[in-house]
Design a protein around this ligand. Structure first.
Ligand SMILES: [Cu+2]
Length: 251
């Protein structure tokens, strides 16, 4: 876990609770400094341009005025884009470690549900037509699949600190936005797609999970809680949940 750079703390960024947060924060800060530099430069050029034009009555050459700044801006934006993309790719497109904790996240109007694969380490099959929170099956577990009998479905996300987590995101009805600002994590959950994103929480505590897509009238109340526990406490919690199956299951 690394501290937030002082400048970002000044700008009221949320605490940095994940392993990858520091690199993302630094990149954001670099973007802001470059934007400030360009803003200042643009204003200086504006003033110099107005003054020199009045004095000399001689317009600047097209190369100086257009092509050089355009090339410089393109280079800066390409650099920032490539850097952001490589940071994003490490969380989104490179696979998680094989021993990462597997958790599936289901977004539906208007709640998040979190599923752990249970003792057999395999998620059971789900079918959207079986989704019914009222009947105790909010993620649509298929009762004919034996892998699903030990799956643990909860409305709170509990994770261990300092262990990589491989999230599998899906949505049942419309697009939802899974976001935890303190984990610097944000990814849309899209119906028909299963998407992976992985991260490592480092700071035990409670964090709000938000939906960042306006997904319907109840969007404002689509919130859940992430609880990050020290590893030993998490193992204890998971054992308790496994022992509580199937009677204690919320589905
Ligand atoms: Cu939503």
């Amino acid at each position: 876990m690394q501290a937030i750079p002082p400048a970002l703390r000044f700008w009221h960024m949320p605490v940095d609770g994940s392993w990858s947060g520091h690199a993302l924060d630094s990149h954001l800060l670099l973007n802001l400094w470059i934007a400030l530099g360009l803003f200042t430069l643009a204003n200086i050029l504006l003033v110099v341009g107005v003054v020199s034009r009045r004095r000399a009555h001689r317009p600047l050459h097209k190369l100086t005025l257009e092509y050089l700044p355009l090339t410089a801006f393109a280079a800066v934006f390409l650099f920032l884009g490539a850097r952001a993309n490589s940071l994003w790719a490490t969380q989104r497109y490179t696979g998680a470690a094989p021993d990462a904790l597997q958790v599936e996240i289901t977004g539906l109007q208007f709640a998040w549900y979190f599923r752990y694969p249970g003792a057999d380490a395999t998620f059971g099959r789900t079918r959207n037509e079986l989704v019914s929170a009222a009947e105790g099956n909010p993620v649509g577990l298929d009762p004919t699949d034996p892998h699903g009998t030990d799956d643990i479905v909860r409305s709170q996300l509990v994770l261990p600190a300092d262990r990589e987590v491989d999230l599998t995101l899906r949505a049942v009805d419309v697009i939802h936005g899974f976001a935890i600002p303190e984990m610097r994590l944000k990814q849309n959950a899209v119906p028909g797609l299963t998407q992976h994103i992985h991260f490592t929480p480092t700071r035990p505590g409670d964090y709000a999970i938000l939906c960042t897509q306006v997904c319907g009238l109840g969007h404002y109340r689509m919130q859940a809680m992430l609880r990050v526990l020290p590893a030993a406490q998490f193992d204890q919690w998971l054992r308790q949940q496994e022992q509580a199956q199937p009677q204690g299951n919320q589905r």
